[in-house]
Design a protein around this ligand. Sequence first.
Ligand code: THU
Length: 157
Amino acid sequence: MTEKQIEIKFQEYGSIDELNAEDRELAGAAIEAMSGAYAPYSHFFVGAAVRMSNGQIVRGSNQENAAFPSGLCAERTAMFSAGARYPDKDMTAIALAGGVMGRLTDRPATPCGACRQVMAQYQSKSGKPMPVIMVGKSKIWKFAKVDDILPLIFDSI
Ligand code: THU
C-alpha cells in the first residue's frame, strides 16, 4: 500500500479590486447576475458569469421550481446558455457569487458537485485550463483549473 496525497493550491484575494481587469469584470458580472435569481424556496441567490473565447460574458442565475430537482443552479444555467449561444466558442473562465436574499456572503459560495462536473466537461471541450473564481464579500478564491475543485475528474467515456 502506498499512501497518496492530492495537494490543491488556490489564490485568495481580499477584494475584487485585487483581481486583474478581466477577472474583476467577470466577478462583477457574477455579482450582478445574482439579481436574476428565482429562489422562492431557498432564498439563496446565486449568480454566475462565463467568459467565452470571443470575449463575450454570458450570465446565469439559479432558477428554482416547486418540483425541486427541476430547478437549476446558476453555474449550469450560465454554462448551458453559453454553450447553446456560442457552440463554436470555448468557455475560458467562470465566476460565481451567492448570498441570502441577494446579500453577498462573506465567504465565497462554492459550486455543487454537479456544476463542477459540467465545468469539467466544458474545460475538456476547450482543451485549456478553465479558472474558477468564487466571489465573497471579504474573500475571493481563484482556482486555476476545474481539476483543482474536482480532483480525479470523470472523463473516461
Ligand atoms: N445553487 C447554485 O445556484 N449553485 C450552486 O453551486 C449551489 C447551489 C442554488 C441552488 C438552489 O437554488 C440554491 O442555490 C440553494 O441550494
